[in-house]
Write a protein that binds this ligand. Structure first.
Ligand code: CRA
Length: 829
């Protein structure tokens, strides 16, 4: 039932610009309105957080307007929609990005200035939602911005963690973790939807039966039921469109737990309520390592079930039949974290909507598409049969059934027992477990990797059997980044320099950066370019002094590695090189070394000992070098604590050199590599992940390539890699490694870094020692080039000019064409 008057008003939003204006005067009026009537503040008691909240609410109104307008137009067009299922989103601060996308940054700045307020100071107040670990979550958020910009009818589904990724502090050189209370001061961006909620069942048992009509059915008698409630956050595209990120929060189902009225049970019920809410309490802080924890499985199932129920509800509400569900929706699975969705959609169709198996399977296997983000064995999710059977008994039955039909198909195709065992959804080695990547692959119509190299390795190694069976199922979509956030917003100096030269069409078409190429050799332009970088570096210096207590000279070469700390990413390779330089300077042989600031940032998973020890090593080397008068004019080392999106936005614009030095074959794509190059840093890197494509685009001559290729890495391993030989035969390596255990670092305890030393000389799984010489040689080249300012700048300009491919707009177009079969909707404003 429609309320005609409301409808009329609705369609006037937009036509009638005065409803929600963009002028300085409108923004000022609305801001004051929010401050006084929404927050109830008298001027004398207004805090910074009040100012931030009032401005956020002012902007949210405008964002919601865009969302409402877009939704109406999507509905008119009856377009196929995309649901992006992701256990993680890392949106970063919303306020600045929304001002940029609404194109009201300047108006807002002036409106506030008239009130003697400073926009930058207010922007600083925002606490970002850290609902992700790193690359994967940030990628999901870049894609949200691009989907909105391109007019894709899309929704992002995820989890509203009460505590996001932990806050990293450095205490006595070690990482320590504090809880992230991002909701502490409220969250002005979200809209709670108490009426959009679904029940999710857990545990218990199933019971099969036959209906009066003779139909076989299964009933699930759960042990507990939990309610999921939707919280919507508008995500804007550039210049008008809005989509939402719908995050689910877990709550108790009152009717279920509170039906018993006697006292004892009342308290039991309260306890149950608390337990229910636990599901969305906290994000698991593991990047590429599975925790195997029961609560994690519950989180995954919880958000997937709410999301699918929501989609079915919307679908039916629009008067459509379930048979055409897959024609109206494509669901992208962001890694295997949401892959239980395959079994859940089957369950909903079979058990709740009375569908037959073949129809249900047809719909399911034409709805999902799966993106794999890692080849690391320790990150490939598996759930033990006993855990899965206990938490999701019905799903385990369905997985068995899917598997038995799938294996039967393989037998009919003539595959042998060994092949069949390898492809089975069930892993029989040791404790029986479900291989979630196999479930996702079998249950999806497309599977993709995230860079050309990664997709190739996926097809030839990890999912080789599947790729041979269904070659047309496999495809690649190289990752991309939201260049509006990571350039236009975070590097305004460079953005306006570029716009002055080539106009601003790059905001919606990054390939137009090509036009910069012709200025690469222009000395005047180079000088402006250099000046921008220097100003950005000065700003970063302030942050480094404030947060890390280290004074850095902005004229130094800023050599930066920021990303999660992981052995495969080889932050310690960079550290070994720094120690080598230090020792050379101590020997009086450092003339050729460029004055460099080595900057690191990144979190280590709290249970990952080696990663934490690497942080300790960085802080120990920093202490040694920064306090040594003989070296500290030449070298500085900084560990910037608590790397997050907000910090990232200040780091990329100030980098001269980007370190992308993972062992080849291990980094699926990387996205930091793109953000650095987009901001004019040159890259030193291996042929890994998207580095390969970056080098292809910018030209080999503008990229510092080193190290073994994936094939060489595998060959080294096959031949029996003995890192000890490098230690014995290469005196440089020996000197550096011995230094680790000499007592010169840390609190003078030679044993502190023994585990790292032992690991490197005994196993060295990531072949640091093998690549060390090649890395050092490349660094010599870096230093040489640094001395030639104009040549450095020329290459920096060329790097930026050739980054067009790496906008997430391009990635989303690829998804639309190769996977979703979705047409962008041209939206009117
Ligand atoms: N850790 C990969 O390692 C990749 C991102 C996004 C990762 C990165 O190389 O850029 O995904 N993998 O595709 C991952 O999370 C579960 O696997 C990452 O962020």
């Amino acid at each position: 039932e429609h309320n005609r008057s409301i409808e009329k008003y609705f369609s006037s939003i937009g036509e009638n610009a005065s409803e929600i204006g963009r002028s300085k005067a409108d923004i000022k009026k609305d801001f004051l309105h929010k401050l006084f009537y929404h927050l109830g503040r008298v001027p004398a008691l207004t805090t910074d957080n009040d100012l931030y909240t009032a401005l956020a609410l002012t902007v949210r109104d405008r964002a919601l307007r865009q969302f409402v307008r877009s939704t109406e137009q999507f509905a008119e067009k009856d377009a196929r929609g995309v649901a992006y299922f992701s256990a993680e989103f890392l949106p970063g601060p919303h306020l600045g990005n929304n001002l940029l996308n609404l194109e009201i940054m300047e108006e807002t700045r002036q409106a506030l200035a008239e009130l003697d307020l400073d926009l930058d100071h207010i922007l600083e107040q925002e606490v970002e939602p850290g609902l992700g670990n790193g690359g994967l979550g940030r990628l999901a958020s870049c894609y949200m911005n691009s989907m909105a910009t391109l007019g894709i009818p899309a929704i992002g589904y995820g989890i509203r963690y009460e505590f996001g990724i932990f806050k990293q502090e450095i205490r006595e050189g070690w990482q320590s973790e504090a809880t992230d209370k991002w909701l502490h001061y409220g969250n002005p961006w979200e809209v709670m939807r108490p009426e959009i909620s679904y029940e999710v069942k857990f545990g218990g048992r199933t019971e099969a039966g036959t209906s009066k009509e003779g139909k076989y059915f299964v009933e699930w008698h759960p042990e507990s039921v939990i309610k999921g409630t939707a919280y919507d956050t508008p995500i804007l595209g550039y210049q008008s469109n809005g989509i939402i990120m719908r995050l689910w929060k877990a709550e108790a189902v009152e009717s279920f737990d509170f039906s018993i009225y006697n006292m004892g049970d009342y308290y039991r019920a309260v306890e149950k309520k608390l337990r229910s809410e636990n599901i969305t309490k906290v994000l698991y802080p593991n990047d590429e390592n599975l925790s195997g924890k029961e609560l994690r499985l519950k989180q995954q199932y919880f958000f997937v079930s709410c999301s699918l129920q929501d989609m079915i509800h919307l679908h039916l509400l629009q008067g459509r039949r379930l048979n055409e569900f897959h024609e109206k929706f494509s669901v992208q699975l962001n890694d295997t974290h949401p892959s239980i969705a395959v079994a859940e959609l089957m369950r909903l169709l079979l058990d709740e909507h009375d569908m037959e198996w073949d129809d249900a399977w047809h719909i399911t296997s034409h709805t999902f598409a799966y993106t794999n983000h890692t080849l690391l064995p320790e990150a490939l999710e598996k759930w033990s049969i006993s855990l899965l059977g206990r938490i999701l008994p019905r799903h385990l039955e369905l997985i068995y059934e899917i598997n038995s039909r799938f294996l039967e198909e393989l037998r009919e195709k003539g595959l042998n027992g060994e092949q069949i065992a390898r492809m089975s959804l069930i892993d029989d080695h040791g404790e029986q477990a479900v291989r979630m990547a196999h479930l996702a692959t079998v249950g999806s119509y497309k599977v993709n990797g995230v860079s050309a190299l990664h997709s190739r390795l996926l097809k030839t190694q990890v999912l080789n059997d599947f790729a041979k069976l269904w070659p047309e199922k496999f495809t690649n979509v190289t990752n991309g980044v939201a260049h509006r956030r990571f350039l236009a917003l975070s590097n305004p100096r460079l953005a306006s320099l570029i716009t002055e030269k080539i106009g601003d069409q790059w905001l919606t078409d990054l390939t137009s950066f090509r036009e910069l190429e012709k200025y690469a050799g222009d000395p005047a332009f180079q000088q402006q370019w250099r000046k921008v970088k220097l100003e950005n570096k000065k700003e970063l210096c302030k942050l480094l002094a404030e947060r890390a207590g280290v004074e850095v000279d902005p004229a130094m070469l800023f050599d930066v590695q920021v990303k999660r700390i992981h052995e495969y990413k080889r932050q310690h390779l960079k550290v070994l090189h720094i120690i080598d330089l230090y020792l050379r300077i101590k020997d009086g042989k450092g003339e050729d070394i460029a004055a460099s600031a080595f900057i690191f940032a990144g979190k280590a998973a709290p249970g990952y000992f080696m990663a934490k020890l690497i942080i300790r090593l960085i802080t120990a080397v920093a202490d040694l070098i920064n306090n040594d008068e003989e070296v500290n004019r030449k070298l500085k080392v900084v560990f910037l604590p608590n790397f997050n999106v907000k910090q990232a936005q200040r780091v990329y614009p100030a980098a001269d050199l980007s370190e992308q030095i993972s062992m080849a074959g291990k980094e699926a794509s990387g996205t930091g590599n793109m953000k650095f190059a987009l901001n004019g840093a040159l890259t030193i890197g291996t042929l890994d992940g998207a580095n390969v494509e970056i080098m292809e685009e910018v030209g080999e001559e503008n990229f510092f390539l080193f190290g073994q290729t994936t094939e060489e890495v595998q060959e080294t391993k096959r031949k029996g890699y003995r890192p000890y030989e490098f230690y014995e035969e290469n005196s440089n390596i020996r000197r550096v490694l011995d230094f680790l255990v000499s007592g010169a670092l840390g609190e003078g305890d030679p044993e502190l870094f023994r585990p790292l030393f032992n690991n490197l000389v005994q196993q060295d799984q990531y072949q640091l020692l093998k690549d060390f010489r090649s890395y050092c040689e490349k660094k010599e080249e870096v230093f040489k080039l640094w001395a030639n300012e104009s040549e450095w700048d020329r290459r920096s300009i060329l790097n930026v000019a050739r980054m067009g491919k790496f906008s997430s707009d391009r990635s989303i177009r690829d998804y639309c064409e190769n996977i979703w079969n979705v047409e962008p909707v041209r939206l009117r404003d």
